[in-house]
Design a protein around this ligand. Sequence first.
Ligand code: ADP
Ligand code: MG
Length: 264
Amino acid sequence: MDILEAHHLRKIYRYSGKTVAAVQDVSLRIAEREVLAFLGANGAGKTTTIKMIAGLILPDAGQVRIAGRDPHRDRQTLRSLGAVLEGNRNLYWRLTAEENLEYFGVLRGLAPRIARVRSQQLLARFELTHKRQTPVQALSRGMQQKLAIAVALIHDPQLLLLDEPTLGLDVEATESVKLLIREIAAEGRAILLTTHQLDVAEALSDRVAIIQKGAIAIESATSDLIRQFSGTAYTISLEQPLEGDRLAKVYFSANPTETGGVIV
Ligand SMILES: Nc1ncnc2c1ncn2[C@@H]1O[C@H](COP(=O)(O)OP(=O)(O)O)[C@@H](O)[C@H]1O
Ligand SMILES: [Mg+2]
């Protein structure tokens, strides 16, 4: 079953006499247990698309359905949706990790007792129990990102939207966030993650949709896309120039099917 259906979304920003066609035509579907990587250069329209799906900005055209409901018309839709936007905007910096989880749990409709239980479970699972009484502003960037994902999961949503989840994290925190995302998808949730890093898309997603200038340019299974692009090009950097004979050896080992040719 498709948890997310987005049809022909479009958003034009208008300000001080200018217009920016941020999203021209984007359609996406995600089934349960599926991770879709939404890949594109900076400014391609990823965040604008996520905001329309999350019900935060109204599309100029197109429709969104989350578990069959329209987030722009039906507030109940928010029950099925968790989102982490760019820059941890879903956390209160002066509140502790635990307070953030409980506060957002109640805000999303959980009874306070349930919010407390879920909060402790998520802290344990995200390896943040020892930081539960630490204000968000004193946590490392990686811990803040993990907490932001935990907060987005507090009400057990079917769809999780993650905007650049590994941006600005160090190698270790990136790996730990990647592992969590895989586990969350395995629980049966649908995940939409935006990234401009191909390696993140490769490690996490089942399918990839590439957005260019506000429109979907390519959509395919991640494995097909990787196969298509792998092995087609190499960049070999050398500290000093090679003379003809050795250069030829490098050339022919990279092109074993070729039997001859002039090296220039
Ligand atoms: N609030 C806004 N007002 C005007 N232009 C915006 C606004 N938000 C984004 N844009 C513009 O829309 C385009 C798409 O931006 P965005 O959706 O943030 O792309 P991405 O997340 O892929 O980097 C960019 O040209 C950006 O400058
Ligand atoms: Mg963005």
